[in-house]
Ligand binder design. Structure first.
Ligand SMILES: [Zn+2]
Ligand SMILES: [Zn+2]
Length: 246
């Protein structure tokens, strides 16, 4: 088994708050240079830039996992990660059906661009991606799991847009594959503060919106190979796999 440096929470320039330098080409190049083995592409309420990042990294040592950072109707941010593009496309349809329409104001909220491998703009998303879905966290979780995806509430200890800031408690019916804690938080104190069971893995990712943040925050995944199936096993500590916050 090997330890893979993994960062499954990265925004591209498609996110309104993502820097314009976060193009798929730049992300693949910076992630490889910084020593990451596995990255996850998780723009706010959109999956439209995942496939290009995956394509650009396909013949390299970098593994790309496609996903999304959803905003539930309670305004909780959650990561959904998917094994293949069929599942990703079904999930994109789910987002398209449920994202509350607010027209994007580029000067106030930022650009939402889909670019190609030459960094040419191919689409500009009209609907503000920082908006919420009109479905609950449980419904989002169920949809991700119906598609055999991985569901991870994001930055759970942040004072905004987190599980605890928005709900105040961990819903007993919610099935999580892990919980992401903030970069500077200490795993032990978070477990104590929120009384998180030992059965749930805690992970740290960069939540990078700027190139400078890429590669600085990651979790080691100890597993056989850098695949989606192995990632899920590591999160659930199956067959000797595990995730370790450095
Ligand atoms: Zn977030
Ligand atoms: Zn994020």
């Amino acid at each position: 088994m090997r330890k893979f440096r993994t960062d499954l929470h990265i925004h591209t320039l498609l996110s309104p708050c993502g820097d314009l330098e976060m193009s798929p080409v730049n992300i693949v190049s910076l992630a490889s240079k910084s020593g990451l083995d596995i990255i996850g592409i998780t723009d706010h309420n959109s999956t439209r830039q995942c496939e290009l990042v995956w394509k650009l990294a396909r013949n390299s040592d970098l593994t790309v996992i496609a996903g999304c950072e959803m905003t539930t109707k309670e305004e909780v941010h959650c990561l959904g990660l998917f094994e293949d593009f069929d599942a990703l496309h079904v999930f994109q349809n789910f987002i398209d059906q449920h994202l509350i329409f607010i027209p994007n104001n580029t000067s106030l909220l930022g650009y939402q661009l889909v670019v190609d491998e030459e960094e040419k703009i191919v689409e500009e998303i009209e609907n503000y991606l920082g908006s919420s879905l009109n479905v609950s966290i449980e419904e989002v979780e169920q949809k991700v799991h119906e598609l055999c995806g991985i569901f991870i509430p994001a930055h759970i200890d942040r004072p905004r847009n987190s599980l605890y800031s928005q709900l105040g408690f961990f819903p007993p019916e919610l099935k999580v594959d892990a919980l992401q804690i903030s970069k500077l938080s200490d795993e032990k104190s978070i477990r104590e503060k929120y009384q998180i069971s030992r059965d749930i893995s805690l992970v740290k990712f960069s939540d990078a919106h700027y190139p400078v943040d890429l590669g600085k925050t990651y979790t080691y995944f100890e597993m056989e190979n850098p695949s989606f199936i192995e990632i899920r096993k590591a999160l659930h500590r199956e067959d000797g796999r595990q995730s370790i916050i450095p």
